[in-house]
Design a protein around this ligand. Sequence first.
Ligand code: PEP
Ligand code: MG
Length: 571
Amino acid sequence: MRLVGKPVSKGVVIGEVLLYEPFKATPVVTYIEKSNVEQAVRAYEETRARAKAELDELEARMLERDPDKAAIIYAHREILLDPAMDEEIRNLIQNDLMSPDAAIDQTYSTYIMVLGKSKNEMMRERASDLRDVKTRLLRCWAGEKEQNLSSLEKPVIVVADDLYPSDTVSLDRENVLGIVTQVGGATSHTAIIARSYEIPAVLGIPNAMTKLTAGEQVVLDAVTGEVITGSGEEELAAYRAKAEKVKAELLETKTYLATEPVTTDGRHISVRLNVAAANDHELSGAEYADGCGLFRTEFLYLNGDHLPTEDEQYETYKKVLEAFGDKPVILRTMDIGGDKQLDRLELPKEDNPFLGIRGLRLSLVRPELFRAQIRAALRASVHGNLRIMMPMVGALDEIRKAKAFIAEQGAALDAEGIPWNHEVPVGIMIEVPSVALIADLVADEVDFVSVGTNDLTQYLCAADRMNPAVKPYYQDYHPGVFRMLGHIAKTFGAAGKPVSVCGELGGDTLAIPVLVGLGIDKLSMGLASMAAAKRVIRGLNMDEARALAEEVKNMKTETEIRARLEAFAAR
Ligand code: PEP
Ligand code: MG
């Protein structure tokens, strides 16, 4: 059987399938007969004992590998054994005749709700720990095994509906050979992380979880975008050979990593690095890049057991700034919402999260979060060449509010005598068409812009970037996308404001000649795309790039454009 999806991180691997289906607790309200009370209390006690045994084992494992995580597990056991909650659960079973799972659900949910509303950040953090323990208890009650991707027993190809940021940040990189998901495309969070970790990945295979079986051996061809089952020895040997060949090609391309991205007629195109995890591997790209064109700070919020404090953020920002020396680092303020949901924030559920409280919108309604981030960033500004950029901006008043907020935080630092660089440039991402269309007005209010083509394309084409069913409508090379990019480059360029592209299109070897031809001379991309991008730039001449851009802007369909770009690449 061959299943086909979108290859988003190149490579070929052969391995065993791990169906990753984390347990989801659903609210329950069931009652028991009075005669069953004793039995129910015993069942509750057994469930609690199972949960405790799991935590004991996990803690023992984590003490060796990751002492910080062990401390979290310790805290979870404290919650599990909390006498007040234990008594409440027993009371609900014995007096109100609730079934044990309903009693657990109700007790924990009440505490979670109260703590989640607290003004105190520590208390809100506690709510998220309680949620974890509740899920563990309800899963033990349901008799299901725990699944998580942070410590796997053996190498596997992970097959999931989608991976959440919380799964990917703690991913066991040694044992995850490949990733297959049912939803998501080339611009999804999972794709970005897979590329950053250099893990072969194919996304958007509907029903992959039902079509593939746990433990079966499959070939993941993340060049063609196929998952192949039932291969005979001969086919496996051919794929092993292909795996080696692809690895060698990737290595060969990597030799371009250290070269200067300059066109054949001498124009330097700035190639910058997108940072999404700030780990050593990613930051090793700093020396080959002209700076960091997009520092996605979300991982700080999605990782760990609590929201990052101002000091923790300061340390991370300082580390990234120092890794880039005097090269610019564009720190993007938190882009939470959309596909990057964070339960811990207790945000209201939205039917259309990509059109909801996301990015800067969230920062403006949760000023306490924004304040900590901006203070941390400004404090870190003395350690390098910092720029601040806001995501998901739709109108001028949002830009003004954000700038006023930043200025306020700067003034507060001054009052406290804390040093910061008063010249930090402030810019925005161009992701929402409304703001792109008033580029001339925006240009007066910002120091620079960077186009987030992942979102700009989804909002222009009205096609969810995560939903494979609308992939035919989410067209990376839609003529409208290139026309919009042309408008953005021309308008900001005329106002003397730097324009870059930091969406996946910026590192797309087929699209790069067009972007350069449209006048965009700053591209930012993940480390995995950098060498190939430099190779393309080094083979490009400005006149032919401009002519190509002109041609593309006047083409009618994506199919036509794609064919032209492929022909251009093969010239
Ligand atoms: C984009 O939208 O193109 C972008 C770079 O931001 P993200 O992918 O993190 O939404
Ligand atoms: Mg975006």
